[in-house]
Design a protein around this ligand. Structure first.
Ligand SMILES: CC(C)(COP(=O)(O)OP(=O)(O)OC[C@H]1O[C@@H](n2cnc3c(N)ncnc32)[C@H](O)[C@@H]1OP(=O)(O)O)[C@@H](O)C(=O)NCCC(=O)NCCS
Length: 184
């Protein structure tokens, strides 16, 4: 029988378990206050997955006012290629002044024994929904290691597109893709 999991909003007492899942799943780790800050400010988008009362995954995000056309999902630096015309630069500069709320998926992870049964998908689906409906975000974006094929596959499944490469983004020097999904 497939394992039954439930996705719900996180509470403050979940933070230590979320930190444990983060530590065992990713090299990017954060201090308690960082989690608390996300929970206090964007609690609708701080989600946990549980199985029989045990936390097995999380997704946490924030909302940023952004004017960057790539993060807003208006254009990609990866798929378009080629040089930029003067008109295009001007157009971009004008749009830069218009700030809109954009969701930023800061971190998502599922405990290794519980992967590949749809928990990551459910966490991502709910995050997208909350960003669109509750925070009225124009788009949602995230950073991912260029070598992290499972995560990239998951994001592509949910309509995220590679939009920018950030050279040496991670502490060990690995590059990141910024992946974006437009929400409106
Ligand atoms: C990325 C992660 C959150 C996915 O969670 P999950 O619960 O296993 O995801 P799902 O079961 O919902 O998988 C959804 C889809 O993602 C893709 N996927 C997930 N794991 C994969 C893997 N190991 N290899 C290839 N594709 C994979 C598949 O397309 C999968 O759909 P399918 O099972 O129908 O083929 C999980 O692998 C994880 O915690 N990784 C470590 C932390 C991490 O890298 N986080 C992302 C940082 S940017």
């Amino acid at each position: 029988m497939p394992l039954k999991f439930k996705v719900r909003k996180a509470r403050e007492e979940d933070i230590p378990d979320v930190m444990k899942i983060n530590m065992e799943s990713l090299p990017e780790n954060y201090w308690y206050g960082f989690y608390k800050h996300l929970l206090d400010n964007w609690g609708e988008a701080f989600l946990v997955a549980e199985i029989n009362g045990e936390l097995v995954g999380y997704a946490m995000s924030r909302v940023e006012d952004q004017g960057d056309p790539v993060l807003l999902g208006y254009e990609s630096e990866i798929e378009e290629g080629g040089g930029e015309s003067l008109m295009r630069k001007l157009f971009k500069a004008l749009r830069m002044t218009e700030l809109k709320p954009v969701g930023h998926l800061v971190s998502i992870a599922v405990r290794p024994p519980y992967r590949r049964i749809g928990i990551g998908s459910k966490l991502l689906e709910e995050t997208i929904k909350v960003m669109r409906e509750f925070y009225k975000a124009e788009s949602i974006y995230l950073e991912v290691r260029i070598s992290n094929a499972p995560a990239i596959k998951l994001y592509e499944k949910f309509g995220f597109k590679k939009a920018r490469i950030v050279k040496g983004y991670y502490a060990d020097g690995e590059d990141a893709y910024i992946m974006v999904r437009k929400l409106r």
